[in-house]
Write a protein that binds this ligand. Sequence first.
Ligand SMILES: O=C(O)[C@H]1O[C@H](OP(=O)(O)OP(=O)(O)OC[C@H]2O[C@@H](n3ccc(=O)[nH]c3=O)[C@H](O)[C@@H]2O)[C@H](O)[C@@H](O)[C@@H]1O
Length: 442
Amino acid sequence: MTQLKPIFSHLDPIIPSSPGKFKPDKFSVYSFHRLRFHPRLALWSILSVIFILLFFCFSPPDGTASAKRRSLRTTSYTSRERLDGNWEVKARKSSRPRSKTGFSVLVTGAAGFIGTHVSIALKRRGDGIVGLDNFNNYYDTGLKNARKALLDRAGVYVFEADINDAVLLRNLIETVHFTHVMHLAAQAGVRYAMQNPNSYIHSNVNGFVSLLEACKNATLQPRIVWASSSSVYGLNSKVPFSEKDRTDQPASLYAATKKAGEEIAHTYNHIYGLSITGLRFFTVYGPWGRPDMAYFFFTKDILKGKEIKIFEGADHATVARDFTYVDDVVKGCLAALDTAKKSTGNGGKKKGAAQFRIYNLGNTSPVPVVKLVDILEKLLKVKAKKKMLPIPRNGDVLYTHANISLAREELGYKPTTDLETGLKKFVKWYLRYYGSKKKSAW
Ligand SMILES: O=C(O)[C@H]1O[C@H](OP(=O)(O)OP(=O)(O)OC[C@H]2O[C@@H](n3ccc(=O)[nH]c3=O)[C@H](O)[C@@H]2O)[C@H](O)[C@@H](O)[C@@H]1O
């Protein structure tokens, strides 16, 4: 497994670090000598300095576009190729809805699996979108770049930036008055939390707080919809999982950070009047999915003739998931945005009680992992080399099953895709994406 990009890589100097490549001395000494022997050039230089000083004396005070641009460039976690000097123009254009009633949405994690689908769906119906993603290398960045290319074609501008970059968020939110924030940026994956626990705290706790701080300070506070997870139900054995069930027994650090996010969200709602909706996603799958998820790497390994490990509980108990197709989840996300009420605060001050909601977005139809493999074998027309193994004690739970009554009632959420239909679409995409382009899956 590759490591994440260093958090402070944006602090790297612009000057190349490798010695011998940057040779300023020869040029500057040469220029200095030329300057001394050319009085006309010296006069022009003095005039230029006076002109620059006059320009700054008569410029309007801080808060202007150029001031914002300066601080964004110098302090953000950016790829120099991706964030150009024109960012404000592009962000404003990309965030402009087609009609007056449309939304202007900041989507974090836009180059992620669900982020890409949600951004495109919003753009298609006429909302204005600005995406943000740190493009870290938790999994194949080639796939993230391909998703970004899709977003580019759809007219969605994506910043390469980390949600922990408070200055960038502040500048962005001051520049574009987002009506909504769809917060999907996160360190995902249940099992990876044992390898890199800090990445979960960095993104799911610190990053979330950084985003909430920027939103609560805004003059026009946006409404926030964000991704929690079915994993918050942890060791809860009462099924199907209802929003009223206990969520204080997480089985993984990932789940603990998502649960922490729910509590943090409540605090910001209570103190600052931010309207916040948390969505508990249940094992979302589909085209453009995440290569760290079982359905994805099972597909890759079955095609390669590599053995796959299928987990089972004690006494061969079935391990099952309420696999949810991405298009169904996207509809739930859009409905959550549509029904979100305004935040009440302003510039960090609460003006009244604000909406606070949590919904399960599942499929209400758990499928054993062995059945998932059966379907994949049928679709791929390849027999899998299976190895049954006891479920490791690394955060996995035996069973998930969503009760979606609340989401159905309040969001009109109604999943319609069964696992076989959804996997068929995934396999079709997978074969086209990795087959024709000769890319290798992670
Ligand atoms: O519902 C959720 O909230 C979570 O869903 C998934 O987590 P998980 O359900 O564990 O999804 P996978 O990692 O794809 O695992 C699916 C099933 O396959 C099983 N599995 C996984 C890996 C493996 O090698 N063998 C195997 O049998 C797991 O035990 C699990 O039952 C996502 O990875 C999380 O980011 C997300 O938050």
